[in-house]
Write a protein that binds this ligand. Structure first.
Ligand code: F6P
Length: 464
């Protein structure tokens, strides 16, 4: 098998036992550990003289660099997270466009290609991840790199009517056609892309299912990212201090727990979730004092304005709920911005009666899968899941809700907390079947197998 070279915006060197949270980090780490190779990208630092650094852990070389302030502002904070992220999550109202930022985004992609190029061997397989790096393959081809290059989009791909809001949408999406394989989380995302290619730029669907557009032929596929269910369960079981994870009444009886874990992001539907929880306590007062809601939301992209706004909004909502409903011996909502070790999180999931996962839009949402995989099969909890999370395609036995329906979500909380054991087990088993059928190994193996099976682009010369 050829060496694997993974490129993602952020590289998180992971030492054994300390695994960074998040689908991309966990997925990439696992893929690389199996095959060995290079993980190339930004180290999260911003400074004047970005030096390349290599750190080898096991069979993986982590090759990272810092970004200078202009690149960080234009590429990461600007076009990636103030234009692409909101638009790909259908939040056109929160998006802005600035031509200089777009140019910075293209420049940083080209600069990363030039830094990677000397490290490449002719038979390396290159796997690019996520929206920060859409033009990466085009820059590789222009630089004469002939290796197989695949791209996986971790976030949703929006309907053509939404994506055309980006002024250079044509130029940007043309660059996706330079990959040999473009992977999506769900069929819905893949179809939205195919729709764009066929309707917006008059591309063609070939008999083998591949697409031809801008004189280039390439493949698309659906590869839902998953978890390693046995590892999740093991982590959950290994957390011995689990007793401290949940609250008790003054009479010593354990309170029921509702849990959510998200990056603090407006796409996650946190405000709507807090309001639904408040409506649940108002409309179903019999649950008061018997339940508590733990929302863990580590802060993210805190120098982007829209993230500052959502943070303030959440602080106000949380204060409002607790101010209005708390008692001396009961706090209904625990809102924590600290990030937690995965062991603690899985332990918490396994003890919580309800996993409340209600994003307004989400590529996949691995928390939904982790919550289910962490459950005790003899007494599983209930997953409440937004229909707008990619995971809802596979986990149809969750209680599926619409996150814009406040009362509907409040009713789902009541239903989940009352659900009989037989129904909980039945739903759990269905969901576990789906989780096992599309686990993390399947995601990696299917994508890389497909990428290896396609012939490399022949159209490079024509583009020069
Ligand atoms: O899952 C989407 C994603 O943007 C990943 O690409 C990224 O690793 C993660 O969220 C965290 O985002 P950031 O690197 O901006 O903190």
């Amino acid at each position: 098998m050829s060496r694997l070279v993974v490129v993602s915006n952020r590289v998180a060197p992971i030492k054994e036992g300390k695994i960074a949270a998040g689908g991309l980090a966990v997925g990439v780490y696992d893929a690389l550990r199996q095959s060995g190779g290079i993980w190339f990208g930004w180290n999260g630092e911003v400074n004047k003289n970005p030096q390349m650094r290599t750190e080898t852990v096991g069979n993986v070389d982590y090759v990272t660099m810092a970004l200078n302030k202009t690149d960080y502002d234009q590429y990461y904070r600007g076009f990636s997270n103030a234009t692409l992220w909101p638009i790909f999550h259908y939040r056109v109202d929160l998006a802005r466009y600035n031509r200089e930022e777009y140019e910075g985004y293209r420049r940083v992609n080209a600069m990363m290609v030039e830094k990677l190029k000397p490290l490449l061997r002719p038979d390396d397989t290159i796997w690019i991840h996520d929206y920060h790096l859409i033009p990466f393959a085009e820059a590789c081809r222009m630089s004469g790199i002939r290796n197989r290059i695949g791209f996986f989009l971790h976030i949703p791909f929006p309907a053509p009517g939404i994506i055309t809001v980006i002024p250079p949408h044509n130029e940007l999406l043309k660059t996706l056609c330079y990959y040999d394989l473009v992977g999506f989380q769900t069929e819905c995302d893949r179809l939205a892309f195919q729709d764009y290619i066929t309707r917006e730029v008059r591309g063609v669907i070939e008999r083998d299912g591949s697409l031809t557009a801008y004189g280039r032929n390439f493949h698309t596929g659906v590869y839902p990212i998953g978890v390693v269910p046995d590892n999740v369960r093991q982590l959950a079981n290994s957390y011995r201090e689990r007793r401290h994870l949940v609250g008790y009444n003054s009479d010593g009886r354990r309170r029921k727990t509702i849990v959510s874990v998200d990056r603090l992001d407006y796409s996650k539907g946190l405000v709507e979730r807090f309001r639904a929880y408040a409506a649940f306590l108002e409309n179903f007062p019999e649950h008061r004092r018997k339940v508590e809601f733990i929302q863990i939301a580590p802060t993210s992209r805190s120098d982007v304005k829209t993230y500052q706004t959502i943070r303030r909004q959440l602080e106000s909502e949380a204060g409002h709920i607790n101010g209005r409903l708390s008692d001396l011996d009961w706090t209904p909502l625990h809102y924590l911005n600290k990030s937690h070790d995965r062991r603690v999180l899985m332990g918490l999931f396994s003890r919580a009666e309800v996993g409340f996962v209600t994003p307004l839009r989400d590529g996949m949402n691995l928390v939904a899968k982790e919550y289910v995989a962490a459950q005790n099969p003899d007494d599983p909890g209930v997953l409440i899941l937004s229909r707008f999370a990619g995971a809802a395609q596979e986990l149809s036995s969750a209680l599926i809700v619409n996150p814009y329906d406040c009362i509907g979500m409040a009713e789902a909380l009541d239903r989940a907390l009352r659900m009989p054991l037989a129904e909980r087990k039945d739903r759990y088993e269905h969901m576990m079947q789906a989780i096992r059928a599309a686990d993390l190994d399947t995601w990696r193996d299917d994508f890389l197998r497909d990428l290896q099976s396609f012939t490399i682009h022949q159209a490079v010369e024509a583009e020069k």
